[in-house]
Design a protein around this ligand. Sequence first.
Ligand code: ADP
Ligand code: F6P
Length: 321
Amino acid sequence: MKKIGVLTSGGDAPGMNAAVRAVARAGISKGMEVVGIKRGYVGLLNEEYVNMTARSVSGIIQRGGTCLYTARCPEFRDMEGVKKGKAVCDKLGIEGLVVIGGDGSFRGAGDLSSLGVPCVGIPGTIDNDIQCTEYTIGYDTAMNTCIEMIDKLRDTTQSHDRCSVVEVMGRKAGYIAVNVAIAVGAEAVITLERDYDLDAIAAKMVKTMNTKEGKHHFIIVVAEGIGKTDVIAREIQEKTGVESRVTVLGHVQRGGSPTLRDRVLATEMGYHAVELLEQGIGNRIIGLKDGKVYDIDIQEGLAMKKPFIDHRYDIFYDVAY
Ligand code: ADP
Ligand code: F6P
């Protein structure tokens, strides 16, 4: 391929810039022209792009967000939109495309591949909710942001003998919640993947308070997808008598300088994506399996089921008291 494109799509994630940089640098060093398409599929349809050079991606590896901007593009959900995208690629001479985003973005990439523009997806989302990969870009950074915030929160929670009910991101997945709950030494974690029992959580808190050493402050981590963090805090207060406060960490989790892990993962994945396109291979998602970067057919990857971290969840509850 002589010319490839790269775009970021859907919710942003720290480390997307590192992936864009790797794609640009790998492509250029293989003698390709690399075009950065702005605002995901929206920018593709609007022909909003920049020609990338090795220097135009300097100084971005350590920056959160995405220098290419991102967007959600309803038009690309229909084949009419995808056909328009194919026509733009033909017009601009883009022979292959790297799509950094989540599963919706990969569906679009699969559709575009089926029309003859080979696309390779790189998983970029803090939620780690992409079935065919053990890790997604941004997940590690987001969890580190959470623990930094919750460590601060514990100080004031402890001073006031309170319970902090902390909502972390994860629209459909509790991976962030469970890992963060372990890492901050929380007393309970509530996620969509496992049943929870507020009476049991409250009883455990009361029991803990009544021990000789008596613990009087608590952290409960709730995954966003549960959708009722306020109700949980109110009920915990009613059931235990412990004054409770809600903290929603929100979009702060999506920003910040990516961790080493996210930068390295993004670089390896970006490089691998270009290696595939160089061979004319598309319709693939890059993932991490047994700690190694690999690639899989888009439809096959999207159809996979990702096991929840049940073992870790169980360990959490065995040491949380
Ligand atoms: P997020 O979960 O942050 O919204 P996604 O990667 O899931 O990110 O989706 C981002 C974009 O992918 C959507 O705005 C749309 O442009 C595209 N997309 C989503 N679903 C589909 C689909 N079924 N077919 C084609 N494109 C899709
Ligand atoms: O998918 C990543 C994510 O951060 C979810 O955890 C969250 O629910 C969602 O994106 C929020 O998206 P936005 O506010 O950008 O629409």
